[in-house]
Design a protein around this ligand. Structure first.
Ligand SMILES: *[C@@H]1O[C@H](CO)[C@@H](O)[C@H](O)[C@H]1NC(C)=O
Ligand SMILES: *[C@@H]1O[C@H](CO)[C@@H](O)[C@H](O)[C@H]1NC(C)=O
Ligand SMILES: *[C@@H]1O[C@H](CO)[C@@H](O)[C@H](O)[C@H]1NC(C)=O
Ligand SMILES: *[C@@H]1O[C@H](CO)[C@@H](O)[C@H](O)[C@H]1NC(C)=O
Ligand SMILES: *[C@@H]1O[C@H](CO)[C@@H](O)[C@H](O)[C@H]1NC(C)=O
Ligand SMILES: *[C@@H]1O[C@H](CO)[C@@H](O)[C@H](O)[C@H]1NC(C)=O
Ligand SMILES: *[C@@H]1O[C@H](CO)[C@@H](O)[C@H](O)[C@H]1NC(C)=O
Ligand SMILES: *[C@@H]1O[C@H](CO)[C@@H](O)[C@H](O)[C@H]1NC(C)=O
Ligand SMILES: *[C@@H]1O[C@H](CO)[C@@H](O)[C@H](O)[C@H]1NC(C)=O
Ligand SMILES: *[C@@H]1O[C@H](CO)[C@@H](O)[C@H](O)[C@H]1NC(C)=O
Ligand SMILES: *[C@@H]1O[C@H](CO)[C@@H](O)[C@H](O)[C@H]1NC(C)=O
Ligand SMILES: *[C@@H]1O[C@H](CO)[C@@H](O)[C@H](O)[C@H]1NC(C)=O
Length: 664
């Protein structure tokens, strides 16, 4: 299990990871894949009107978008009025929607589109004044009204909702969870004869991934997308700890798309669209497709219409990608996940705003080989990809790959990786990947058939000049040996034997775990003991790590070179207020080995419980990411965890530290 260590990003968690709901689902049969559509808000803000909705709906059809799945058309904030009708029912603004909402629904249905409405779980709609009435305490009547209008979906917002605080516009820290308000509307929708998709939009407050799946079909994971490139990093950092909650009928909503709004470059739009698609977010277009003054540009339209990317979003398996590896210093990162039919989708994001060649190491996504690979935005394909794939990625762009007919990492078949010389006595395996520099790799040689009589064999690794000899006993089918390999270089292993080799497997050692409790603290850093079953696997973490608050340990190594550290960390600093500014849902950590240059890892959120009411307020939930560090030497090494340079960042405190595993 070569990749176990690297990919157990969220296995070290408490018992509450199950994403399946224990309660009956709101409705069956809809949102089996993430919903797709169009919404007024990102372009028209809270100023929609009938003309706008009509012309954009018609454009969805004319531009070929509806036939690709974009069918829910939602009029966001701004559609209603301050007062309810005499019978207490909701109504629309007649100036803006002269034909009325039931007629709007008929119009959309006549185009084979779906009718989406928007309301609020508070007393007023977002975007008020002028005060527009919300649905709080009117859930039953409003759900009935929507059903009577033949509505197909409800986006349900969270403004003016906190009675205890006098109904402020927004309250990111209410004294009770939004859940019961959303449950009330969910219940009301369930009473209707009509199937209505319920989009929960409470900005990620109180970790809705835990409760939203049982009462709605999608939940917003965080605060609004903003029209600035930095919003992408902030949002995917919030998606990171909850990717496994995605599934049929329950989708994490990363918010509506900005593709086509003239905010991002084309590569940035590709990154935005790729990540939203493979994280299984609903894909809701937020651009003006067509109105009296605007027409979406061809490049953005082509991005929204990319059928490969749409197919990843709508894939029948319904599994989200997750973050595999973040190369913070090198400004790129890798996400991947499974698709139906044994395929894999992977995204490598170039955070630098410059075009450059970047390499995806297949082992970082759990693979060693792909018989075929499709590079979506480059429009190219490749066969027989061994160990790594390099391609040019535009500044802020994404290398989006579909891999097919793959082999798991650590497995090297002779047919693909081997080449023989002599009378088939020497087989050299190339492109051997090493996550760390170590003499402790376990090589297992699988023979094509069981060995008839004892046979000699020698093994040589490019990482050393020594050859080791082994005797294979009669009737053996495999042989194991310990070999050295060098991190990140393309190693070769040469085996000299008359036996026919089917494949070799190469596995790094499990390494040694250094719990936070073995570190010596200085400055601001402090130990915190967590609740039982939290801060896994240690139960204790180090907080308040800062430029002057460090945690230090001495680690013996068997060799020098570059070593891989698997770091267990915690971060639940959620960007609510700061989401409009520079809030990034991330924190830094630096690792300094033997006074070399510190290596920085900027981690996303790890919290998987409510930041208001959950155990440890989500600051007890561990996640894991790996880091390659240089400057190791044989014997004792000093390793310092800190946040060097933190005073220049958004947040001078680093992520909390639980422990690390050294692969030596
Ligand atoms: C609808 O909005 C558009 C764009 O803001 C505007 O040009 C048009 O006059 C509005 N129409 C109505 C009926 O309000
Ligand atoms: C309807 O919308 C228009 C334009 O925003 C606004 O001036 C008017 O006050 C609204 N009508 C009501 C009844 O709220
Ligand atoms: C909106 O409602 C609030 C209280 O509900 C009231 O204080 C305010 O004056 C109203 N504003 C307008 C423009 O009607
Ligand atoms: C939910 O609805 C019930 C009545 O059906 C009401 O008593 C309760 O206050 C509502 N809860 C919230 C949080 O709005
Ligand atoms: C639902 O439909 C049934 C049969 O058509 C009808 O008897 C019932 O009144 C309807 N309920 C609602 C809430 O509309
Ligand atoms: C990225 O580079 C492009 C092209 O040079 C430039 O137009 C854009 O402003 C840059 N974006 C950022 C966020 O710096
Ligand atoms: C994948 O493997 C199957 C058989 O296992 C084969 O039929 C198919 O052609 C292969 N596809 C590619 C793209 O290599
Ligand atoms: C195999 O190696 C052993 C010990 O290294 C040696 O004694 C023996 O002669 C070798 N056998 C063959 C067939 O080379
Ligand atoms: C192998 O030997 C060569 C020549 O003696 C030397 O330059 C090289 O550094 C050695 N490699 C290793 C990994 O020891
Ligand atoms: C490495 O860890 C795995 C999983 O915990 C375990 O099954 C395996 O025995 C370990 N290997 C070694 C060499 O300790
Ligand atoms: C951590 O500290 C404990 C107690 O001193 C010690 O027994 C253990 O070996 C240490 N772990 C490592 C990996 O050094
Ligand atoms: C992490 O460090 C980088 C580089 O100093 C900085 O730009 C960024 O703001 C830091 N992140 C946080 C959350 O402080």
């Amino acid at each position: 299990m070569t990749m176990l260590l690297q990919f157990t990003l969220f296995t070290a968690l408490g018992s509450s990871v199950a994403s399946a709901s224990l309660q009956p689902r709101l409705q069956n049969g809809i949102a089996l894949t993430p919903q797709m559509g169009w919404n007024t808000y990102n372009h028209y803000s809270c100023s929609p009107n009938e003309t706008i909705v009509h012309s954009n709906a018609q454009a969805l059809v004319d531009l070929g978008l509806s036939s690709l799945g974009y069918r829910y058309v939602t009029t966001d904030c701004g559609w209603t009025v301050a007062d309810r009708l005499a019978d207490g029912s909701l109504t629309w603004n007649e100036t803006l929607f002269p034909q009325g909402f039931p007629a709007l629904g008929e119009y959309l249905h006549s185009l084979d589109l779906l009718f989406g409405v928007y309301q609020d779980s508070g007393i007023l709609l977002c975007g008020s004044p002028p005060n527009q009435t919300g649905s709080l305490y009117h859930e039953a009547q409003d759900a009935q009204t929507f059903a009577s209008w033949n509505v197909d979906s409800l986006k349900y917002d969270n403004c003016y909702s906190d009675a205890a605080d006098g109904y402020p516009n927004t309250n990111y820290a209410p004294s009770i969870s939004p859940e019961p308000r959303y449950a009330n509307m969910s219940h009301a929708l369930l009473q209707q004869n009509r199937t209505i998709l319920f989009q929960i939009c409470e900005w990620g407050i109180s970790f809705p991934a835990h409760w939203a799946p049982s009462i709605g079909h999608s939940w917003r994971i965080g605060n609004d997308i903003i029209p600035d490139w930095r919003t992408i990093y902030r949002i995917i950092n919030q998606a990171a700890p909850q990717t496994d909650f995605a599934g049929s009928g329950q989708w994490p909503d990363l918010d509506m798309l900005e593709v086509g709004n003239g905010i991002f470059s084309s590569p940035e739009e590709e990154t935005h669209f790729s990540l939203w698609a493979i994280l299984k977010s609903p894909l809701i277009i937020g651009a003006a497709l067509r109105d009296e003054v605007t027409f979406i540009n061809d490049a953005s339209l082509a991005i929204l219409k990319n059928t490969d990317v749409i197919s990843y979003n709508q894939d029948s398996l319904g599994e989200s990608v997750s973050l595999r590896r973040r190369w913070t210093e090198d400004a790129y990162e890798v996400w991947s996940g499974p698709l139906s039919n044994g395929r894999t989708v992977a995204a490598l994001i170039n955070w630098q705003n410059e075009s450059r060649d970047l390499t995806l190491d297949l082992p970082d996504i759990g693979l060693q080989y792909a018989a075929s690979l499709k590079n979506i935005w480059a429009g190219s394909t490749e066969q027989d990809v061994r160990t790594s794939y390099t391609a040019t990625v535009a500044g802020h762009g994404t290398m989006l790959l579909e891999l097919q007919n793959t082999t798991a990492s650590g497995i090297y078949s002779t047919a693909v990786f081997g080449s023989s010389s002599g009378v088939r006595t020497t087989t050299t395996f190339e492109e051997i990947y090493a996550i760390t520099t170590s003499t402790q790799y376990i090589l297992t040689i699988y023979f094509s058939q069981s060995v008839s009589s004892a046979t000699n064999l020698t093994i040589e690794s490019s990482a050393s000049n020594t050859t080791s000899s082994k005797q294979v006993p009669a009737s053996a089918t495999q042989l194991s040996a310990t070999i050295p390999l060098t991190a990140r270089s393309s190693n070769t292993i040469t085996i000299d034997t008359s036996l026919s080799i089917d494949s070799i497997h190469v596995t790094p050692s499990n390494g040694t775990y250094y719990p936070s409790t073995n570190f010596t603290l200085s400055g601001s850093s402090t130990f915190t003991t967590c609740g039982i079953g939290y801060c896994e696997p240690v139960g204790t973490k180090i907080g308040y790590i800062s430029p002057s608050g460090t945690a230090k340990v001495t680690i013996p190594a068997t060799t020098g070179g570059s070593k891989y550290l698997s770091i267990d960390w915690i971060n639940n600093e959620i960007a609510f207020d700061s989401s409009w500014g520079w809030g990034s849902n991330s924190r830094n950590l630096t690792v300094t080995v033997n006074s070399e240059d510190p290596v920085r890892l900027e981690v996303p959120l790890s919290g998987r419980h409510s930041e208001l009411f959950g155990p440890g307020l989500g600051w007890w939930d561990t996640a894991t990411l790996g880091l390659l560090t240089d400057g190791w030497k044989e014997g004792a090494n000093e390793v310092v965890i800190s946040n060097v340079g933190g005073e220049d960042g958004f947040q001078s405190y680093g992520a909390d530290f639980v422990g690390l595993r050294l692969l030596d």
